[in-house]
Design a protein around this ligand. Structure first.
Ligand code: SF4
Length: 383
């Protein structure tokens, strides 16, 4: 068993150190205080979980994680709460405390089916808003109010109203990675799985797509509908470029490259398969490539790797700084204090729900959920 050493500096308490079998593990003061001590009870209750994250958390660090994991899982039962864990969460959150896992819309739809009274969104703010829009009677909490998104921040409700004035009569399709206020001003929402299908479902020759310029360009390459794009970008996916992909292929002969459609079109052109996070995960599970690269956020590779231990992942790591604001510690704090409740004004929620529901009511996208890397290239207007 580990031994806890109390640390003092100039008469002040600065934390504790664990003596473990193979060394020491320094812990912040809070981690071992009171309820969060690494006790025999915590050890017994969590030892079996370590195997799930053994590839990502060194054994000597486990005593820093286990008390939080144990406390969060107990709190969920006591408070009738669930945690929605996005695919970009770190493995400790995704595998050890997440109740539902997936992309933002999948999580929000799961939330509508649960009897839980509290939903903790382990993801970014627009995702929590989507959960609140679809579950107006539940208490939706986000562990960090700083968990924003470069893409969602690129456009406001005022921008939407100006677009409508400037392009009257042209329907607006809004990617779900947008604020509730922006969704409320839109005709229909889309995800990266169903964007082509949603655009074509409107039966019009021209649509405006916001906020992701690259998703709009990738959709334009897959449809005869004329697309006008907004200039928003995901700072994670925009960083990949075609030369990176060629370099990675040269360094890893035979590797299969999967890209997210928020990547620039020349990256999609260089990839073997392009689809949503779910489509990428399904591709790996169904095809079991020997070597694979996922051109998306870092933690996605970790989480898909957990379910596919026989596949080798090459990791060109682009971290999302917003997703990484969610930690076990702030999930715990948010559950204890029931803090950072996400609220959407009723008037906005009603209009936004209509746009999201219109998309949900469409049939499943089938093949149209995939982007053909060889679909050619169109120049489109970006506003
Ligand atoms: S990965 Fe991109 S779209 Fe997703 S939260 Fe981060 S910045 Fe926003």
């Amino acid at each position: 068993m580990t031994k806890v050493l109390n640390n003092w500096e100039d008469g002040h308490w600065i934390g504790q150190t664990l003596e473990v079998e193979n060394g020491v593990c320094a812990l912040p003061a809070r981690t071992l205080a009171g309820e969060l001590a690494y006790t025999d009870e915590v050890k017994a209750a969590t030892d079996h979980l370590y195997a799930l994250v053994a590839d990502f958390i060194p054994k000597f660090e486990w005593p820093a994680y286990a008390p939080l994991v144990h406390a969060i899982n107990k709190l969920k039962v006591e408070k009738n709460a669930v945690i929605l864990a996005h695919n970009y969460m770190t493995p400790d959150i995704y595998a050890l405390v997440g109740d539902y896992k997936g992309d933002s819309l999948g999580l929000a739809i799961e939330a509508t089916k649960t009897d839980a009274e509290i939903i903790v969104q382990a993801g970014v703010h627009f995702m929590a808003e989507t959960s609140k829009i679809l579950c107006p009677d539940k208490k939706v909490l986000i562990p960090s109010l700083d968990a924003g998104c470069s893409l969602a921040s690129s456009i406001t409700g005022d921008d939407m109203r100006l677009i409508k004035q400037r392009y009257p009569g042209i329907p607006i399709v809004t990617y779900v990675n947008a604020t509730a206020e922006v969704k409320a001003e839109t005709d229909i929402c889309c995800t990266s799985s169903n964007a082509v299908q949603v655009v074509e479902s409107l039966g019009v020759p021209k649509v405006i797509m916001v906020p992701d310029e690259f998703l709009a360009k990738n959709v334009a390459n897959m449809t005869g509908v004329e697309i006008i794009a907004w200039h928003g970008r995901c700072e994670v996916h925009a960083r990949f470029d075609a030369e990176d992909v060629r370099d990675m292929r040269a360094a890893n002969p035979g590797v299969v490259v999967l890209a997210h459609p928020e990547c620039p079109p020349d990256v999609v052109l260089e990839s073997d398969f392009t689809g949503s996070t779910k489509a990428m995960s399904d591709y790996v599970s169904n095809n079991k490539p020997k070597n694979v690269i996922l051109l998306t956020e870092c933690s996605m590779s970790d989480n898909v790797a957990m379910a596919n231990p026989d596949v080798d992942f090459v990791r060109p790591c682009n971290l999302c700084p917003h997703m990484k604001r969610i930690t076990l510690q702030n999930i715990y704090d948010c559950l204890v204090n029931e803090e950072h409740e996400v609220k959407v004004p009723k008037r906005i929620a009603k209009k936004a729900r209509r746009a999201v529901q219109r998309m949900i009511d469409l049939p499943a996208p089938g093949k149209k959920g995939h982007f053909d890397p060889k679909a050619g290239h169109k120049d489109i207007r970006v506003i």
